[in-house]
Design a protein around this ligand. Structure first.
Ligand code: TYD
Ligand code: MG
Length: 459
């Protein structure tokens, strides 16, 4: 019999290879490949003459039951989910340790329990006493949650099978769960997958909304949430800077709805509070115009959010390699924008250090931010503030053109509402949208050199 081939699974992305390597070929993480116990293969090929049952085909236009959704009781959570919890679905909630996943889910479980439905919270990380203390701090000690500390998937499923299936089941976290169907310590790729598989099957068969918590880890010894992304219906990321108050719940995959809405929370002394109107949150509040600062009207789902972009440029005297550091934006995109500013506008950043920061710990993903970032960079380079109370938006192409973006009208209306009467943006679409907004001074910028002339040329 041939010796079974060794398999190595990446703890970060789950890809499998047959040769150990220091770096995963798929996701480029280092030291994440761990040996995986191969599953037993009974026969290389199905025997087609016996054993199989015929499956029935269905039509796409057959009548199916409308999707029922159960509001969790936390409006921002429901918004990010696309309208509430779907019974029989599996949600994976990823996030850095300490960001507030347990807090949010305890609050959601309490809200569900307070509506009279059953909510089960299984903690594999904390003792029940610790969870109870947190519930007291959150003012939720009276909520009729069923709470347990357990890590054995077999024990959990046996217990659940003897009771009425709950409306919500929270497993905190999937990396602490252990399935005895498979070898290996909790947290390995195969353990995490097999535990999740069993829990998801229970949820689907019993119409339970299941939430699996997954810590995002840099340490290769524990499998990260990405190894489960293909198995669940909804993937959510809870993000923010631990040193900042604001947290954003983002949906990355949703089999039941759109993925563009976010939920915004503030971490306070008594837990997470909902921020229903986030448009002003990420402005630093500096009233005087400072060189290197530009305000960008981002769109998150259907809501506009005004964000402050800060750039700092430090000229280097020596020939040392200059640093480029970015917080909250894509560093590749910054490199591209700097290259376009150099090639199309004749600016020189090669002997300068460039720092870019998005205020408030916000992570910018909207592609329309290019023009605002460029404005911040040019303003920092020229050491001249941008026009007071102005908004900047538009996508920049490699040729240096400013391209039209979606939702120009929404961005401009929100700006005027919040006291930003001036706006600079792409000529296409935005100019027309701008003419429909009363009290707005809109300036179209067709090309990046127009921006540079405007800022550098201004006295
Ligand atoms: P937690 O929910 O335990 O994070 P996770 O489950 O994602 O690891 O949140 C931990 C942090 O939140 C902790 O550092 C303290 C802070 N926190 C508050 O600021 N206020 C609160 O009311 C609670 C419960 C936690
Ligand atoms: Mg936790």
């Amino acid at each position: 019999m041939a010796k079974p081939k060794k398999r190595y699974a990446c703890a970060a992305c789950g890809s499998v290879t047959h040769r150990w390597q220091g770096q995963c070929a798929d996701c480029s993480e280092w030291n994440t490949l761990v040996e995986e116990v191969p599953a037993t293969v009974f026969s290389a090929r199905h025997d087609l003459s016996s054993g199989g049952r015929a499956i029935g085909f269905e039509r796409l236009d057959a009548v199916s039951k409308p999707l029922r959704r159960r509001p969790s009781g936390i409006a921002e959570f429901d918004r990010a989910l696309g309208g509430g919890l779907v019974p029989g679905s599996a949600i994976l909630m990823g996030g850095d340790p300490g960001i507030g996943k347990s807090t949010l889910l305890l609050q959601a479980a309490a809200a569900v329990a307070l509506t009279g439905a059953e909510a089960v919270y299984i903690s594999g990380e904390e003792a029940t006493g610790q969870v109870r203390l947190r519930a007291e701090r959150l003012g939720l000690a009276g909520a009729p949650i069923r709470l347990a500390a357990a890590t054995s998937v077999r024990d959990i499923l046996t217990t659940l099978s003897e009771m009425e299936p709950p409306a919500l089941l929270v497993i905190d976290s999937i990396q602490t769960m252990h399935s005895d169907l498979i070898e290996g310590a909790p947290g390995t790729v195969s353990q995490v997958r097999s535990s999740a598989f069993e829990l998801i099957r229970y949820a689907k068969e019993n119409g339970v909304a299941l939430v699996l918590v997954g810590h995002v880890t840099k340490d290769g010894s524990i499998a990260g949430p990405r190894v489960l992304e293909h198995m669940v219906d909804v993937v959510m990321a809870f993000e923010g800077e631990r040193s900042h108050q604001y947290r954003i719940l983002r949906c990355l995959k949703n089999r039941f709805g759109p993925v563009d809405e976010i939920g915004v929370f503030a971490m306070e002394g008594h837990g997470l509070s909902e921020v229903g109107n986030p448009s002003m949150l990420f402005l630093s509040g500096a009233s005087d115009a400072v060189p290197g600062s530009a305000v960008f009207p981002a769109i998150e789902g259907t809501r506009p959010v005004l964000v402050e972009i800060q750039a700092l440029i430090v000229r280097l005297a020596s020939g040392a390699t200059p640093r480029r550091a970015v917080v909250g934006w894509d560093s590749g995109r910054l490199a591209m924008l700097l290259a376009v500013l150099e090639a199309r506008c004749g600016l020189n950043f090669s002997s300068a250090e460039v720092y870019l920061n998005i205020a408030g710990g916000y992570r910018l993903v909207d592609p329309a931010a290019d023009l605002a970032v460029a404005a911040a960079l040019v303003s920092a380079l020229a050491d001249k503030p941008l026009p007071a109370r102005s908004l900047w938006f538009g996508e920049v192409s490699l040729a240096g053109e400013v391209r039209g973006v979606a939702h120009a009208g929404l961005r401009l209306r929100e700006g005027v509402k919040l006291g930003f009467p001036a706006a600079f943006g792409p000529p296409e679409g935005a100019a027309k949208a701008g003419s429909n907004v009363p009290d707005l001074r809109f300036t179209a910028m067709a090309r990046l050199p127009n921006l540079v002339d405007r800022i550098m040329g201004a006295a």
